[in-house]
Design a protein around this ligand. Structure first.
Ligand SMILES: *Cc1c(COP(=O)(O)O)cnc(C)c1O
Length: 396
């Protein structure tokens, strides 16, 4: 599944702590270290990072309510369930949304964004879903920034990185992202319950003049308490310890290697799917996601049935097709704590479930193609395997 993802053993153990005093004198040691390291993770140099006790959706709301005002015109695009939900939230919070609908399987339309921004300089914010988890589509966030610059726009750039951060490169500072959203249960390999919001200096300034009501998610309340290492309310302390372990693990592996591993694993899954004669929902390679593949089922086969069979017979959860692609796709999440063998297992389960659901696939074709790919693609193929203390199963 593309989330919640596997929780590594070292993270699961870090979560298992006795309850402690979140106003204790040494509590800031934990909090200040996390806030500093999250800035490194998001490549946010001059702004701030907030951690909210909520799922990712909470950080969407925090980003909007702290920086915009009712009636502000914003530019968004919709090409999957998650980008759809963000549009819905923006409308319900009273923003004047210019929504570009794109076929499900493609991503943020850069030329159209530039055109809209040139035509309407009053646009206050531009939104981009970096990785659309429903369709397995990754968009070009640096390209969105270029389109905004080309149009001379001074709008704020909002990016949903819930299923990209810590798996696919997202560079907040370099790409001029003003608000970068993520959640704990995807690339960060934790249970749901924390949302993380990277905020630029420009977005912090916007918070001073924005007129939308906010309370629980107020940047100012967070800043006042975070500056001294505390929260304005009771934080989920075990999750913060889990986040510490998760970040340590990511930094141990090295972010460049984390991104390379996700790319390698995703390529293997794609090679396997192609060998089965199946197509991705993503309509062209430029959109392929390194964290989730949405796979189109052949005509006459029900994607929901594939998921049900995989779940009941083979004890494997695939992501179901959501909304417009319900029944038409099933999704393999390949992000977080996993390796080549995890992906081969997913392909094997997919082959069996597809065959059982009536698809004409030859068992083993996808697995064999991915095995070939992984044998050739692994950069450390000749090195001895070092057993990682971090995991109870195979090393990364
Ligand atoms: C999972 C996800 C969300 C929603 O996050 P919740 O934690 O369920 O609130 C938002 N956007 C994307 C791209 C996601 O993958």
């Amino acid at each position: 599944m593309p989330g919640p993802t596997n929780v590594p053993e070292v993270v699961r153990r870090a979560l298992n702590v006795p309850m402690e005093d979140h106003r204790a004198p040494d509590f800031p040691d934990l909090v200040l270290g996390l806030l500093a390291d999250l800035k490194i993770l998001l490549r946010n140099e001059t702004g701030r990072v907030f951690i909210y006790p909520s799922s990712g959706t909470g950080a969407w709301e925090a980003a909007i309510t702290n920086t915009l005002s009712r009636g502000d015109r914003v530019l968004m695009s919709r090409f999957g369930q998650f980008s759809h939900l963000w549009v819905d939230m923006a409308q319900r919070l009273g923003l004047d949304v210019v929504c570009v609908d794109v076929e499900w399987g493609a991503g943020v339309p850069l030329d159209e964004y530039e055109r809209q921004l040139v035509a309407d300089p009053s646009i206050k914010a531009v939104f981009a879903t970096h990785n659309e988890t429903a369709t397995g589509v990754t968009s070009d966030v640096a390209g969105v920034r270029r389109a905004m610059d080309a149009a001379g726009s001074d709008a704020l750039l909002f990016v949903d990185g819930v299923s990209s951060v810590a798996s696919i490169d997202l560079r907040q500072e370099e790409w001029g992202v003003d608000l970068a959203v993520t959640g704990s249960q995807k690339g960060l390999m934790l249970p749901a319950g924390l949302s993380i919001l990277g905020v630029s200096e420009k977005a912090l300034q916007a918070a001073a003049t924005s007129a939308m009501e906010r309370c629980y998610f107020s940047f100012q309340d967070m800043i006042t308490t975070n500056d001294v290492g505390y929260f304005p309310y009771t934080p989920p302390v075990p999750l913060l310890h889990g986040l510490r372990a998760s970040i340590d693990r990511l930094f141990d592996e090295g972010l460049a290697e984390v991104f390379a591993r996700h790319h390698r694993l995703a390529e293997g899954v794609r090679v396997g799917i192609a060998a089965l004669g199946l197509d991705l929902c993503a309509v062209a390679p430029e959109w392929y996601s390194d964290t989730v593949s949405a796979i189109r089922v052949p005509p006459g086969v029900d994607g929901a049935q594939v998921c049900r069979i995989a779940y009941h017979r083979y004890r494997t959860s695939f992501g179901a097709g959501l909304s417009e692609v319900a029944g038409k796709v099933f999704r393999i999440g390949h992000l977080g704590d996993l390796n080549e063998v995890s992906c081969l297992a997913a392909l094997a389960a997919a082959e069996m479930a597809l065959a059982d659901a009536g698809a004409r696939v030859r068992l083993g074709d996808g697995v064999a193609a991915a095995q070939d790919f992984y044998r050739n693609a692994h950069p450390q193929a000749d090195e001895p395997v070092a057993l990682s203390a971090a995991t109870s199963v195979a090393p990364r």
